[in-house]
Design a protein around this ligand. Structure first.
Ligand code: ATP
Ligand code: LTN
Length: 326
């Protein structure tokens, strides 16, 4: 079985976008791949975080993964910070990365241009991500299109290391979800629904109450021609609602458009709200059960044990190849 590895950094509360674009895909992949799912908590501190909130969010995110259907029997689930080899291997790759290539990372350039006090960690972020991936010889890395360049860096660094020190790392491949999986902000439907935006009117959080979900969807920005049609360019708001409906009903966009033929925007919003509430209330019920149990700790203890052992072997091999240690 091919190995797959992915992570969602705990930079904010998980959203409907994280679920449809990330977690839901992982639930589908878990039957066909040997899956590693982790919380890249070290990545989240590349921008300032409140320690108390961060700690709570890490636990909540793991409980939410499980509640969304990530099966602990089929996935190895762990925290990045509970395996010291990630940061150690990252250092070795930092020494193999050229300033020029790190400076070309568009996510860094974008974030650096918007913020004042940018950390060195934000600059080396993609190199830690390289270590996350190569440490376990992942064959496939499911990511959004925005992360594709980072997986390409991981490929380049794996090839460079192998060439310089001998065959050591598997070359990973990005696994980008097919069209339609990008969920947009309900208030600004030309912008991605993003967890780091926090709790806004345009973002549905996985733990939002029924009332809040209904309110956010009913006040989603649309247009004024009252025709239900999938046209992301000219009708981004309506298209986004159709995407959400299709993804949660597991039907195609065409089927959704057909379903809403002859109805109005009010009805579309009402039905979208209902399906979101149905899916999320089921997840929330499981989430509360999980949070009241010891499952999160059990799963993370088991995961940490497995990945530390795997990483130790890999890292010792790397040290030997590079000429470090005794
Ligand atoms: P941040 O706001 O902190 O940058 P984010 O909400 O954009 O975070 P990421 O952690 O960068 O989310 O995304 C992790 C993965 O989750 C992405 O690669 C993507 O696959 C998926 N994802 C996140 N938000 C969405 C969205 N709105 N629509 C579809 N997929 C999404
Ligand atoms: N940068 C990713 C999170 C992430 C990741 C990884 C994803 C960190 N390390 C390794 C896949 C593989 C993000 O923001 N989505």
């Amino acid at each position: 079985m091919k190995r797959l590895l992915t992570g969602l950094k705990p930079s904010g509360e998980l959203t409907l976008g994280s679920f449809i674009g990330g977690i839901k895909q992982s639930v589908e992949y878990q039957n066909n791949y040997e899956s590693f799912i982790f919380v890249p908590d070290l990545h989240s501190i590349t921008v300032p975080q409140d320690p108390t909130i961060l700690k709570e969010r890490i636990r909540k995110n793991v409980a939410l993964y499980l509640a969304c259907g990530i099966d602990p029997e089929k996935n190895i689930i762990y925290l990045q910070s509970e395996n010291l080899y990630h940061a150690n291997l990252s250092w070795i790759f930092e020494c193999l990365t050229y300033m020029g290539e790190a400076s070309r990372m568009t996510q860094y350039k974008d974030k650096a241009s918007k913020n004042e006090n940018v950390s060195v960690g934000l600059f080396t972020y993609p190199i830690l991500m390289t270590a996350d991936i190569l440490l376990y010889d992942a064959d496939f890395v499911p990511v959004g299109i925005d992360q594709k360049q980072h997986v390409e860096l991981a490929r380049n660094l794996a090839e460079r290391f192998n060439k310089r020190f001998g065959e050591t790392f598997t070359i990973p491949n990005p696994l980008i979800p097919k069209i339609g999986a990008k969920i947009m902000d309900l208030q600004n439907p030309t912008k991605k629904m993003s967890k780091s935006d926090g709790d806004t009117k345009g973002t549905i959080l996985l733990l939002d109450t029924e009332e809040v979900i209904r309110k956010k969807i009913m006040s989603a920005v649309t247009d004024s021609d009252n025709e239900i049609k999938y046209d992301p360019e000219n009708k981004p708001g309506i298209s986004n609602l159709l995407t959400i409906y299709s993804a949660l009903k597991n039907i195609s966009i065409e089927e959704s458009v057909h379903h809403f033929e002859g109805t109005n925007y009010g009805n579309l919003k009402k039905e979208v709200a209902e399906v979101v509430i149905t899916v999320l209330s089921e997840i929330q019920q499981k989430y509360h059960e999980i949070m009241a149990s010891h499952l999160v700790d059990e799963v993370l203890d088991k995961g940490a044990k497995i990945v530390n052992q795997l990483a130790k072997e890999k890292y010792e091999n790397v040290l030997k190849k590079v000429g470090l240690g005794r």
